[in-house]
Write a protein that binds this ligand. Structure first.
Ligand SMILES: CC(C)(COP(=O)(O)OP(=O)(O)OC[C@H]1O[C@@H](n2cnc3c(N)ncnc32)[C@H](O)[C@@H]1OP(=O)(O)O)[C@@H](O)C(=O)NCCC(=O)NCCS
Length: 164
Protein backbone atom coordinates (compact mmCIF):
# COMPACT_ATOMS: atom_id res chain seq x y z
CA UNK A 1 0.00 0.00 0.00
CA UNK A 2 1.36 3.39 -0.98
CA UNK A 3 0.30 7.00 -0.46
CA UNK A 4 0.38 9.41 -3.39
CA UNK A 5 -1.13 12.69 -4.54
CA UNK A 6 -4.61 12.41 -6.02
CA UNK A 7 -4.87 13.01 -9.77
CA UNK A 8 -7.83 13.89 -11.99
CA UNK A 9 -7.88 10.28 -13.27
CA UNK A 10 -8.83 9.18 -9.72
CA UNK A 11 -12.23 10.87 -9.85
CA UNK A 12 -14.38 7.78 -10.42
CA UNK A 13 -12.36 5.80 -7.86
CA UNK A 14 -12.98 8.55 -5.30
CA UNK A 15 -16.73 8.39 -5.91
CA UNK A 16 -16.60 4.61 -5.45
CA UNK A 17 -14.66 4.89 -2.15
CA UNK A 18 -16.90 7.59 -0.68
CA UNK A 19 -20.19 6.07 -1.76
CA UNK A 20 -19.12 2.69 -0.30
CA UNK A 21 -17.79 4.20 2.95
CA UNK A 22 -20.61 6.70 3.61
CA UNK A 23 -23.49 5.30 1.53
CA UNK A 24 -23.88 8.66 -0.23
CA UNK A 25 -22.11 10.95 -2.67
CA UNK A 26 -22.03 14.18 -0.64
CA UNK A 27 -18.42 13.72 0.51
CA UNK A 28 -17.11 12.95 -2.99
CA UNK A 29 -19.03 15.96 -4.31
CA UNK A 30 -17.42 18.06 -1.57
CA UNK A 31 -13.93 17.02 -2.74
CA UNK A 32 -14.88 17.80 -6.33
CA UNK A 33 -16.30 21.21 -5.43
CA UNK A 34 -13.28 22.16 -3.29
CA UNK A 35 -11.01 21.17 -6.17
CA UNK A 36 -12.96 23.24 -8.71
CA UNK A 37 -12.99 26.22 -6.33
CA UNK A 38 -9.20 26.02 -5.90
CA UNK A 39 -9.61 25.41 -2.17
CA UNK A 40 -7.93 22.00 -1.86
CA UNK A 41 -4.53 22.29 -0.21
CA UNK A 42 -3.76 18.55 -0.14
CA UNK A 43 -5.50 15.50 -1.58
CA UNK A 44 -3.95 12.05 -1.07
CA UNK A 45 -4.82 8.57 -2.27
CA UNK A 46 -4.00 5.32 -0.50
CA UNK A 47 -3.24 2.89 -3.26
CA UNK A 48 -3.21 -0.89 -3.00
CA UNK A 49 -3.56 -2.42 -6.47
CA UNK A 50 -6.20 0.30 -6.87
CA UNK A 51 -7.23 3.41 -4.89
CA UNK A 52 -8.70 2.25 -1.54
CA UNK A 53 -8.61 5.38 0.60
CA UNK A 54 -8.53 9.15 0.37
CA UNK A 55 -8.05 12.22 2.52
CA UNK A 56 -8.51 15.87 1.62
CA UNK A 57 -7.51 19.14 3.26
CA UNK A 58 -8.91 22.56 2.39
CA UNK A 59 -8.00 26.11 3.25
CA UNK A 60 -9.16 27.65 6.52
CA UNK A 61 -8.96 31.40 7.17
CA UNK A 62 -8.43 32.65 10.72
CA UNK A 63 -9.71 36.22 10.77
CA UNK A 64 -8.14 37.29 14.07
CA UNK A 65 -4.88 35.38 13.50
CA UNK A 66 -4.35 35.64 9.71
CA UNK A 67 -0.68 34.67 9.87
CA UNK A 68 -1.62 31.20 11.20
CA UNK A 69 -1.54 28.85 8.20
CA UNK A 70 -4.47 26.50 8.75
CA UNK A 71 -6.30 23.68 6.97
CA UNK A 72 -9.39 21.53 7.50
CA UNK A 73 -9.12 17.74 7.34
CA UNK A 74 -12.22 16.49 5.50
CA UNK A 75 -13.31 14.21 4.16
CA UNK A 76 -11.49 10.96 4.97
CA UNK A 77 -12.56 7.50 3.90
CA UNK A 78 -11.24 3.98 3.39
CA UNK A 79 -13.18 1.45 1.29
CA UNK A 80 -15.05 -0.86 3.68
CA UNK A 81 -13.21 -4.06 2.73
CA UNK A 82 -9.88 -2.33 3.53
CA UNK A 83 -10.89 -0.73 6.84
CA UNK A 84 -9.28 -1.55 10.22
CA UNK A 85 -5.93 -2.34 8.62
CA UNK A 86 -4.27 0.96 9.50
CA UNK A 87 -4.84 2.60 6.09
CA UNK A 88 -6.78 5.52 7.57
CA UNK A 89 -4.02 6.08 10.13
CA UNK A 90 -1.33 5.94 7.44
CA UNK A 91 -3.25 8.50 5.33
CA UNK A 92 -3.65 10.87 8.29
CA UNK A 93 -0.05 10.53 9.49
CA UNK A 94 1.44 10.92 6.01
CA UNK A 95 -0.75 13.94 5.23
CA UNK A 96 0.07 15.66 8.53
CA UNK A 97 3.77 15.23 7.80
CA UNK A 98 3.30 16.78 4.35
CA UNK A 99 1.41 19.73 5.85
CA UNK A 100 4.16 20.21 8.45
CA UNK A 101 6.71 20.24 5.62
CA UNK A 102 4.59 22.92 3.90
CA UNK A 103 4.75 24.99 7.14
CA UNK A 104 1.11 24.64 8.12
CA UNK A 105 0.50 25.68 11.72
CA UNK A 106 -2.92 24.24 12.47
CA UNK A 107 -5.34 21.54 11.32
CA UNK A 108 -9.02 21.40 12.24
CA UNK A 109 -11.22 18.31 12.01
CA UNK A 110 -14.85 17.50 12.78
CA UNK A 111 -15.11 13.84 13.73
CA UNK A 112 -15.00 11.15 16.37
CA UNK A 113 -12.56 12.08 19.17
CA UNK A 114 -11.98 8.32 19.70
CA UNK A 115 -10.44 8.18 16.24
CA UNK A 116 -8.71 11.55 15.90
CA UNK A 117 -7.22 11.80 19.42
CA UNK A 118 -4.67 9.12 18.44
CA UNK A 119 -3.10 11.65 16.06
CA UNK A 120 -3.00 14.39 18.71
CA UNK A 121 -6.19 16.26 17.79
CA UNK A 122 -7.77 17.90 20.85
CA UNK A 123 -11.18 19.54 21.40
CA UNK A 124 -9.52 21.90 23.90
CA UNK A 125 -7.39 23.60 21.24
CA UNK A 126 -10.45 24.04 19.01
CA UNK A 127 -12.47 25.69 21.78
CA UNK A 128 -10.67 29.00 21.21
CA UNK A 129 -11.98 29.14 17.65
CA UNK A 130 -15.41 30.30 16.59
CA UNK A 131 -16.66 28.02 13.81
CA UNK A 132 -20.00 26.80 12.40
CA UNK A 133 -19.20 23.39 13.92
CA UNK A 134 -18.34 24.28 17.54
CA UNK A 135 -18.84 21.39 19.98
CA UNK A 136 -17.18 18.22 21.25
CA UNK A 137 -16.56 16.78 17.77
CA UNK A 138 -14.51 19.77 16.65
CA UNK A 139 -10.83 19.13 17.31
CA UNK A 140 -7.58 20.87 16.43
CA UNK A 141 -3.95 19.89 16.10
CA UNK A 142 -1.12 22.44 16.27
CA UNK A 143 1.71 21.63 13.88
CA UNK A 144 3.83 24.53 15.18
CA UNK A 145 4.03 26.82 18.22
CA UNK A 146 2.18 29.44 16.20
CA UNK A 147 -0.71 27.02 15.78
CA UNK A 148 -1.16 26.94 19.56
CA UNK A 149 -2.04 30.66 19.45
CA UNK A 150 -4.97 30.11 17.08
CA UNK A 151 -8.12 31.89 18.19
CA UNK A 152 -11.20 33.72 16.97
CA UNK A 153 -13.52 33.35 14.03
CA UNK A 154 -12.74 31.22 10.97
CA UNK A 155 -14.01 30.80 7.43
CA UNK A 156 -14.16 27.37 5.83
CA UNK A 157 -13.90 26.80 2.09
CA UNK A 158 -17.06 27.80 0.22
CA UNK A 159 -18.01 24.17 -0.53
CA UNK A 160 -18.59 23.60 3.22
CA UNK A 161 -20.83 26.64 3.41
CA UNK A 162 -22.90 25.22 0.57
CA UNK A 163 -23.24 21.86 2.41
CA UNK A 164 -25.33 23.46 5.16
C1 LIG B 1 -12.83 6.24 9.74
C2 LIG B 1 -12.01 5.50 8.67
C3 LIG B 1 -11.47 6.50 7.67
C4 LIG B 1 -10.86 4.82 9.38
O1 LIG B 1 -10.08 4.15 8.40
P1 LIG B 1 -9.40 2.75 8.78
O2 LIG B 1 -8.40 2.44 7.72
O3 LIG B 1 -10.47 1.75 9.04
O4 LIG B 1 -8.69 3.17 10.14
P2 LIG B 1 -7.52 2.49 10.92
O5 LIG B 1 -7.36 1.06 10.49
O6 LIG B 1 -6.35 3.38 10.85
O7 LIG B 1 -8.08 2.57 12.40
C5 LIG B 1 -9.17 1.75 12.78
C6 LIG B 1 -9.83 2.39 13.97
O8 LIG B 1 -10.79 3.36 13.54
C7 LIG B 1 -12.00 3.17 14.25
N1 LIG B 1 -13.09 3.70 13.43
C8 LIG B 1 -13.46 3.31 12.22
N2 LIG B 1 -14.52 4.06 11.81
C9 LIG B 1 -14.77 4.94 12.78
C10 LIG B 1 -15.73 5.97 12.94
N3 LIG B 1 -16.65 6.27 12.00
N4 LIG B 1 -15.70 6.68 14.08
C11 LIG B 1 -14.80 6.41 15.01
N5 LIG B 1 -13.88 5.44 14.93
C12 LIG B 1 -13.86 4.72 13.82
C13 LIG B 1 -12.04 1.69 14.42
O9 LIG B 1 -12.93 1.32 15.45
C14 LIG B 1 -10.59 1.40 14.85
O10 LIG B 1 -10.43 1.78 16.19
P3 LIG B 1 -9.39 1.05 17.14
O11 LIG B 1 -8.03 1.25 16.55
O12 LIG B 1 -9.57 1.73 18.45
O13 LIG B 1 -9.81 -0.38 17.10
C15 LIG B 1 -12.84 4.42 7.94
O14 LIG B 1 -13.29 3.49 8.88
C16 LIG B 1 -14.00 4.98 7.15
O15 LIG B 1 -13.85 5.32 5.98
N6 LIG B 1 -15.19 5.03 7.78
C17 LIG B 1 -16.38 5.50 7.12
C18 LIG B 1 -16.27 6.97 6.77
C19 LIG B 1 -16.08 7.85 8.01
O16 LIG B 1 -16.77 7.70 9.00
N7 LIG B 1 -15.17 8.86 7.87
C20 LIG B 1 -15.00 9.90 8.87
C21 LIG B 1 -14.15 9.51 10.01
S1 LIG B 1 -14.64 10.34 11.54
Amino acid sequence: MGIRLEESADRSALYAIYSAAFGQLAEADLVQDMCEDGDLVLSLIANADEPVGHVAYSRLTLHEAPSVKAAVLAPLAVAPSFQKQGIGATLVQDSLKRLTDKHYDLVLVLGEPHYYSRFGFMPRLAERLKTPYDGPYLQALALSDKGKDARGSVSYAQAFVELE
